[in-house]
Design a protein around this ligand. Structure first.
Ligand code: PMP
Length: 302
């Protein structure tokens, strides 16, 4: 069955789901987006994703022509139309169709697009064996350029980093910021474990403040771990006992090699595996997910 795609209130078969070549999302990468997952018909951390979408939009002076509740409804509408229970939801807001030239004011109206599909970022085997990552020469955007906190449609920085890692035979790239501190991977945040502490680059290191990152920090605290959000260097990565990446699509993926150095025993570490297990439990739990019925009854998690 062809997928149905939501565009500005309409559900269109995928072959007909098209937008103008004059859309500034295409011409200039002018727009924002979210990647969200549903598990067994319930959407994980939907409120957090929608809040972040509005923050990204505000940061680029884009006014989304729908309120948050309407976006919630549109997400469930699209999921239902596609009869998908386990899915990856791509919510995109572009600046809209305009004239050639950067000026956002020349765009008529932002376009809202929702695609629901399935996703497998890494083969399941890699969650057992772990992946190898490399630090790359491409630095993460400076926060006074396009702040990485904004989840915008221009991912060229990350794509360049991804190409570098693939060219060197590694699965994923770690970008450093202009000061040499560890920032993040191309679509994931990074964590290390050292001396029973969980460390991750702080929110101003040049990262997207991942929703999975926040969830993992909470889970780790519940496990009694000390969690520190800090400025980290490559040295910290090299001496780490464990390392893993987090993201909506990747969930929690163990890392066993960094720049050719073996992490810990060369296998996913015990804290990583425990967090992965707890994460997999949480993503299907009512307290962390939204169901369509919650919306219908007017109830949304506060
Ligand atoms: N960093 C970047 C650059 C990303 O694109 C993503 C994925 N959206 C993440 C981190 C992880 O964020 P989240 O956990 O919210 O998916």
């Amino acid at each position: 069955m062809a997928l149905k795609v939501y565009i500005n209130g309409e559900l269109l078969p995928e072959e007909e789901a098209k937008i103008s070549v004059f859309d500034h999302g295409l011409l200039y990468g002018d727009g924002v987006f979210e990647g969200i997952r549903s598990y067994n018909g319930r959407v994980f951390k939907l409120k957090e994703h929608i809040d972040r979408l509005y923050d990204s939009a505000k940061a680029i002076s884009l006014k989304i022509p729908m309120n948050k509740k309407e976006i919630h409804e549109a997400v469930f509408l699209t999921l239902r139309a596609n009869n998908l229970k386990d899915s990856y939801i791509r919510l995109v807001v572009t600046r809209g169709e305009g004239k050639l030239g950067l000026e956002p004011g020349k765009c008529k109206k932002p376009q809202i697009i929702i695609i629901t599909d399935t996703i497998e970022l890494y083969p399941p085997k890699l969650y057992e064996t772990g992946i190898d990552i490399v630090t790359v020469a491409t630095v993460r955007n400076h926060f006074e350029a396009v702040n990485p906190r904004i989840k915008c449609l221009n991912y060229m920085n990350n794509i360049l980093a991804k190409i570098e890692s693939l060219n060197s035979g590694a699965t994923e790239a770690v970008m450093l910021n202009i000061d040499g501190y560890v920032a993040e991977c191309t679509g994931q945040n990074i964590f290390i474990v050292n001396k029973k502490e969980l460390l991750t680059p702080n929110a101003n290191s040049g990262i997207l403040k991942g929703i999975t990152r926040d969830v993992v920090i909470e889970l780790a605290k519940k496990m009694g771990l000390v969690v520190r959000e800090e400025f980290l260097t490559r040295y910290d990565l090299y001496v780490a006992e464990e390392c893993f990446l987090t993201g909506t699509a990747a969930e929690i993926v163990p890392v066993v090699k960094i720049d050719g150095r073996t992490v810990g025993s060369g296998k996913p570490g015990p804290i990583t595996l425990e967090l992965l297990e707890r994460y997999r439990e949480l993503i299907r739990s009512p307290e962390a997910t939204e169901a369509a019925e919650c919306l219908e009854s007017g109830y949304l998690r506060p």
